[in-house]
Design a protein around this ligand. Sequence first.
Ligand SMILES: NC(=O)c1ccc[n+]([C@@H]2O[C@H](COP(=O)([O-])OP(=O)(O)OC[C@H]3O[C@@H](n4cnc5c(N)ncnc54)[C@H](O)[C@@H]3O)[C@@H](O)[C@H]2O)c1
Length: 440
Amino acid sequence: MNTELNLNKARREFIKATALATGGVFLHGSTFAAGHSNVDDTIKIALVGCGDRGTGAAFQALATKYNIKLVAMADAFQDRLDASYKNLVEKYKEKIDVPKERQFIGFDGYKKAIALADVVLLVTPPGFRPIHFEEAVRQGKHVFMEKPVAVDSPGIRKVLAAAELAKQKKLNVVVGLQRRYQSNYREVLKRIQDDQIGDIVSGQVYWNSGGVWVRPRTAGQTEMEYQMRNWYYFNWLCGDHIVEQHVHNIDIANWVKNAYPVSIQGTGSRAWRTGKEYGEIYDNHAVELTYSDGSVIYSQCRHFEGITNRVDETFQGTKGRVYLSANNTGKLWDAKGNEIYTHNGKGNANPYQTEHDELFEAIAKNEYKFWDAERAAKSCFTAIAGRYATYSGQIIKWDEALNADNDLMPTTLSWDALPKILPDENGIYPVARPGKIKVI
Ligand SMILES: NC(=O)c1ccc[n+]([C@@H]2O[C@H](COP(=O)([O-])OP(=O)(O)OC[C@H]3O[C@@H](n4cnc5c(N)ncnc54)[C@H](O)[C@@H]3O)[C@@H](O)[C@H]2O)c1
């Protein structure tokens, strides 16, 4: 028997075993369903959230060397799904099998799309991630999901519970904190864990850049549609930019420390982005993450135009120091300042592609290798707690904050329902004033 046939046989056996272990849910709607007569090696994927990154993630899944087929798509908006479908079909016509009846529009389409796939790509704005991830795990699907994985404490608790269930069901879960899949970070982290710079006593992590897009209000939009389109500026959808972007660098702090902070304090404001088109979020946060061993990592993020930008991480250890950046740089020095390792970035793989190459390899080989959800949830929670600290001006304690009952999600999800945050008669949204509002 050739290798491929062996692989198919191994997969059939693994899937049968997983189906027994999970009460069959793993196989629902899958090519590999027990009793399905046409067992083949096609891995069916569904895309939930067909925007810029979702379309990119689908490209990356389809670019892996495995037999992947996109069979379902779901988006809140018809125009976003149509644009994504067009892009994908232009490049991968033979791998796209998403007729109209497998294109789902609105808030509830995700359930139907998830049911049709073996692996789901969850790439909406992060406010929806806990609901979508919980459903994907309930249905027994492998998952690629983008960061952040939630925007508030109840959302994080939901993701942590689903992460635990995913482990029990042996579902591979990769989260798009792509530095974890980037070779300079992997090489440097190996050396830090190998004690080359000793215990980490301090650090600095940064995401200082210009801002992102604004999607202006258009005539006839309901408040719900406006916030959904302009999602970056509303916490129930985005979590603020400390969560949406800076989580990447905060996750590196937690990875380097191999721990999560016990308390967090900081300060922030709106200095540059003050108009009503910027909703309720801040444009700068400066936060201290204190770990149980007393070490403190300083975190800074801002969206200001026209001044010095910096997106990277530095850490100081008892025997040396380290510099890391997503531009493929990684350097270690000993205590005397001698360089002890420099990462050669030439020819390094694109980490966005590596995420999918490694995930689909595990799935194709019927291996259980990825359980990113728990650590991603904890790093996202670190960033969320940073927002609690800057908005409230209080010292935030990890355990207490994680148990907070501050669900930001609207009570009803429909186009004419109202989100919890609303503008005043001049179109201005309330912005957190430390000392004046209750955050948790
Ligand atoms: N890892 C990275 O470097 C990276 C880079 C960019 C974006 N992202 C993450 O990817 C996610 C998406 O960002 P984006 O830039 O693609 O935004 P986007 O606005 O381009 O796309 C989001 C899509 O989700 C859809 N959507 C919203 N609510 C939905 C719902 N309830 N059900 C189905 N579809 C829904 C929107 O209509 C839109 O098409 C975010 O979490 C973002 O942080 C990660």
